[in-house]
Ligand binder design. Sequence first.
Ligand SMILES: Nc1ncnc2c1ncn2[C@@H]1O[C@H](COP(=O)(O)OP(=O)(O)OP(=O)(O)O)[C@@H](O)[C@H]1O
Ligand SMILES: O=C(O)[C@H](O)[C@@H](O)[C@H](O)[C@H](O)CO
Length: 191
Amino acid sequence: MGASVSLSETRHIVLMGVCGCGKSTVGDALARVTGLAYVDGDDLHPPANISKMRNSVPLDDADREPWLLECGRRLRAAPEGLILGCSALKRRYRDLIRSAAVQPAPAFVYLHGSKSLLQARLDGRANHFMPNALLESQLATLEIPSPVERGITVSIDQPAEAIALQIAARLALGGPSIANVAGPDPASQCT
Ligand SMILES: Nc1ncnc2c1ncn2[C@@H]1O[C@H](COP(=O)(O)OP(=O)(O)OP(=O)(O)O)[C@@H](O)[C@H]1O
Ligand SMILES: O=C(O)[C@H](O)[C@@H](O)[C@H](O)[C@H](O)CO
């Protein structure tokens, strides 16, 4: 249903999903593929949020609001386009980002993986402030982006480079060689 038509002009991409889904890893790969810059939402949190997460306390809506608005402002400050990694777990969080961002609204790329894969990825990660125990609350909070939100879903059960190429193809971000590598489109979830 026309994903690449309505999304083809998109140069603002939010890589979203729960902790450990690969936002930073895929963000770096997508930046290499597209030439767009990548900004990690983890770097935009106020210190109080980081310290809360370090202490295994999930953030609440009030904690997240200023951070989400800052994420949106970063998108707006990059008219040439930007890849942003941000959990953006709820629809109303994405509304906040959109309210501060650009027109056309950013595409939201939901990085989907099973709980067991996410757990394994988190178990294999070292030196990160986010405790693995917060995965449960992130999954409970997650609302998958709907088609009207310019959302697409991509499986994380593949190498990061392949994920990046698939995103670039589905959003028509790259040149003709990229356009040929799109994997199967699980997403009639696209607009
Ligand atoms: N496609 C992939 N294949 C294999 N390993 C991956 C893949 N994507 C990410 N990883 C690994 O999984 C772990 C989590 O990835 P990453 O830190 O990028 O997730 P994240 O969504 O940015 O996490 P957070 O939200 O907690 O910051 C890292 O150790 C990373 O190297
Ligand atoms: O919404 C949230 O609870 C937070 O933003 C987290 O998702 C972190 O930013 C990140 O995932 C930690 O690694």
